[in-house]
Design a protein around this ligand. Structure first.
Ligand SMILES: *Cc1c(COP(=O)(O)O)cnc(C)c1O
Length: 385
């Protein structure tokens, strides 16, 4: 169908018959939540797959952020990025913590370590960076600052499922890392998430906190919340884990097609792979220089939308532009020049495991040929998947 919409993402779904077989097991056991056997199995398999020592499953990707701050008893002020999904900053707000925005480094869209120290005050207790688009932050530089000032580091790694640097999981950086398994992410459990930590005692505290603070039948050790993953989604997650490598490989092919077609197009820039990094190709952001491209980002965005190609402007507006946060002294354009520039120029092209050659060519045709000042017909990708 000519006008079929191409969405920015599409969920990785397990085989329905295989899922049904696991559902039958759940029905037979009548154990549908509260640390059941599929929950335990998925935690074990994810720890192995992700190469992390301890992981706790959650019901979404926002509660692990909120819980990580609770588990580490973070208070006062936390340094974070304005260039992310709102949940990052919302988790601070839900803990009564003041967010302090620091500008990002355009080379990876993550917190710029060289700007962190100037934002530290006596009230600062932690840094909350984001591996934006799954691109690793400069974890070494961030850790050096954290160590120097005695700060905790909690990474929002919602985009960084399976990302490794020199064979080591990016999720092992800092004190904790959070993941989202939302339907829109590389790996999904419909809704879901996880919190990664490095020692058994911390995992124990996290597991108490995600279950109302219960440490036994009649003992409540902390004002915990309920954010447990149920057995149906754990079973779904076990099946999806088996096909996530194939999904990432399919995404890599899409990324390579886009790169081949868009390379050297005047006014469009994008990211190449970083040496030593296992990427997950979670997003394919392009950045538009309106003067050189001949159209603004929004002109391109709406032209694509008109043609049924639904790119998304992740992350526009910046978190600091929303009413809750715009009064913060750190939210200004003067303080965040790179973040504002990225937010004003970014467009994420459709990126998922199920894009066909025809889909890719439709995206490229509208994003390059019809909207550019230049005729790029020769640049339409004609390779094969
Ligand atoms: C998706 C996302 C979250 C929130 O995850 P949910 O599972 O939707 O609650 C948090 N941070 C970032 C950067 C995200 O992209």
């Amino acid at each position: 169908m000519e006008n079929k919409q191409i969405t920015v993402t599409s969920p990785l779904l397990p085989d329905l018959d295989e899922f049904n077989a696991l559902l039958k097991e759940i029905w037979a056991s009548k154990w549908i939540t509260n640390n059941g056997s599929f929950h335990k199995q998925l935690e074990k398999e994810l720890a192995e797959y992700l190469k992390v020592p301890y992981i706790s499953l959650f019901t979404n990707g926002t509660l692990p952020l909120i819980t990580a701050l609770q588990a580490l008893r973070i208070t006062g002020e936390v340094i974070t990025t304005p260039y992310s999904f709102v949940a990052t900053t919302h988790s601070l707000w839900w803990n009564g913590i003041k967010p302090v925005f620091v500008d990002v480094d355009p080379s990876n869209c993550g917190l710029d370590p060289s700007k962190i120290e100037a934002a530290i005050t006596p009230k600062t207790t932690a840094i909350m960076p984001v591996h934006c688009y799954g691109k690793p932050c400069d974890t070494k530089a961030i850790q050096e600052i954290a160590d120097k000032y005695g700060l905790k580091v909690i990474y929002d790694a919602a985009h960084a499922f399976g990302v490794e640097v020199d064979g080591e999981s990016i999720l092992n950086a800092g004190d904790m890392s959070t993941l989202s398994f939302h339907a829109t992410k590389v790996y999904n459990t419909i809704e879901g998430g996880a919190l990664v930590c490095h020692d058994e005692k911390t995992k124990q505290r996290i597991d108490y906190l995600k279950n109302f603070g219960f440490a036994g039948e009649t003992t409540v050790v902390a004002p915990g919340i309920n954010s447990k993953m149920d057995e149906m989604r754990a079973a779904y997650g076990i099946l999806n884990l088996r096909q996530v490598d194939a999904a990432i490989a399919a995404r890599q092919k899409v990324a390579n097609c886009y790169r081949e077609a868009l390379r050297d197009v005047d006014g469009i820039t994008f990211f190449d792979d970083m040496p030593g990094v296992r990427h997950n190709y979670s997003y394919f952001p392009i950045f538009i220089d309106a003067e050189r491209f001949g159209k603004t980002r929004d002109e391109l965005y709406f032209a694509m939308k008109e043609a049924g190609v639904l790119g998304r402007r992740y992350f526009y507006p910046l978190i600091g532009e929303f009413p809750t946060y715009r009064g913060l002294p750190s939210a200004t354009r003067e303080n965040l020049p790179n973040a504002y520039k990225l937010a004003d120029s970014v467009l994420c092209l459709p990126m998922h495991h199920a894009l066909s050659e025809e889909d890719i060519n439709r995206v490229l045709k509208i994003s390059v040929n019809e909207t550019s000042l230049y005729n790029r017909s020769s640049r339409i990708w004609k390779g094969s998947l």
